[in-house]
Design a protein around this ligand. Structure first.
Ligand code: PLP
Length: 399
């Protein structure tokens, strides 16, 4: 596949109002019209280039959205106040009451909780399946199914979805394939592999400085327009709007994403190999021991590697907790949820980001109590990091 997402970002050329090298930030919630007729036409959706109200769109949000659409190779995109602020409107836009979703069972805990506990209130039901088993996915599709939902690389188990295979299934059954690409920006381009809608939590790698939450939906113009419709658009009517100031700051961080992803990937690959050789149970898509290593390799934009996320099984929750506390004391990173920061972040998903998933289901999907999820940082001297981390593991008896 010859898709160059970082070139698409690099090639964007935006001028500020006074010739500035950054686009001017639009610091307004509402916009004037020279004629009342144009205002009417804008509300009817018939006046291109006019802004009506910033919950619908604003120049700063459009700049960021267009940059992310360029990155994913979709017609356009719509930014949101958080990843969940992108995910939930998409699902509600696609599914009326009585409709059905087939979702991967290993997804971010918040998305899981929405599908499992909240959507049924609106009579939208979800079947959770092993997304790596296309037969199981096909078997779960019913006449009411509208959406196939997965994460390209899943949170927290790092399962890899066969996006082309899922896209074929979606086409056959006239479903929309929605892919959350939060764990693998630049490395995987789901729309190029056949996904209809690509979502990101911008909170993570894309912004990369852990100073805000944000989200985006990248899709066809038709779908994005439907999300923004003043009459029945879920984004417009539920209102998870990103602030213009934030859109401008995320756009600035997006420009260095390619450099950061390469460093995250390189560091994670180094540690994954070292710790696997030391005899630890490591899950990392770049290791040949990962069951979907070949699949990831067949889908990836090669230069970005296998990503910055890795898991380690410490054997028990007690050991996992001790190890994380010690690693924080030794300043290897922070005991914190989230990902994509310059420092390594570690957490035990069973008791944090996946705690919404009942224990029994966690076990069934292979999420053990001692699992630690790492978002590996941008450390310049990863050999030094490895040595200190190894000492911590020896001290708490993980190694
Ligand atoms: C894969 C994935 N998708 C979506 C989200 C939700 O994003 P946000 O926290 O920005 O709402 C998260 C957050 O942890 C995530 O890890």
């Amino acid at each position: 596949m010859d898709f160059k997402p970082a070139n698409n970002i690099q090639d964007l050329q935006y001028f500020g109002e006074f010739g500035g090298v950054n686009p001017s930030i639009s610091d307004s919630s509402t916009y004037t019209f020279l004629s009342a007729k144009t205002m009417f036409d804008t509300f009817e959706g018939n006046a291109d280039g006019c802004y009506l109200y910033s919950r619908h769109s604003s120049p700063s949000n459009l700049y960021l959205g267009e940059a992310l659409a360029a990155m994913e190779g979709t017609e356009t995109a719509h930014v949101a106040a958080s990843g969940m602020g992108a995910i939930t409107p998409v699902l509600l836009q696609l599914c009326k009451a009585g409709k059905h979703i087939v979702s991967s069972r290993t997804i971010y805990g918040g998305t899981y909780a929405f599908l499992k506990n909240f959507a049924p209130r609106l009579n939208i039901q979800t079947s959770f399946v092993d997304i790596t088993n296309l037969d199981a996915v096909a078997a779960a599709i019913t006449p009411e199914t509208k959406v196939l939902y997965c994460e390209a690389v899943s949170n927290p188990l790092l399962e890899v979805a066969d996006i082309s295979g899922l896209a074929e299934l979606a086409k056959k059954h006239q479903l929309k394939l929605v892919v959350d690409n939060t764990f693998s920006p630049l490395a995987i381009s789901p729309a190029k592999l056949g996904a209809d809608i690509v979502i990101h939590s911008l909170t993570k790698f894309i912004n990369g400085s852990s100073d805000t939450v944000g989200g985006v939906t990248c899709a066809s113009r038709e779908f994005i327009d439907s999300l923004k419709s003043v009459n029945d658009g879920a984004s417009m009517l539920l209102g998870p709007t990103m602030d213009s100031m934030r859109a401008a700051s995320i756009l600035k961080n997006l420009r260095t994403l390619h450099i950061r992803i390469k460093q995250h990937s390189q560091n994670a690959f180094f540690l994954a190999q070292k710790f696997e050789n030391d005899g630890l149970r490591i899950v990392y898509p770049g290791l040949t021991s990962h069951p979907s290593h070949e699949l990831y390799a067949s889908m990836m934009n090669e230069e970005y590697g296998f990503g910055g996320m890795m898991t380690l099984d410490a054997g028990s929750v007690e050991k996992a907790n001790k190890l994380m506390e010690l690693m924080q004391q030794k300043n290897l990173g922070y005991l914190a949820v989230s990902l994509g920061f310059y420092k390594t972040l570690f957490s035990a998903p069973g008791s944090s980001t996946s705690s919404e998933i009942p224990l029994e289901e966690q076990k069934e999907m292979g999420l053990s109590d001692g699992l630690i999820r790492f978002s590996i940082g941008l450390d310049n001297d990863i050999e030094r990091t490895y040595q200190i981390m190894k000492e911590c593991m020896i001290e708490v008896g993980v190694l």
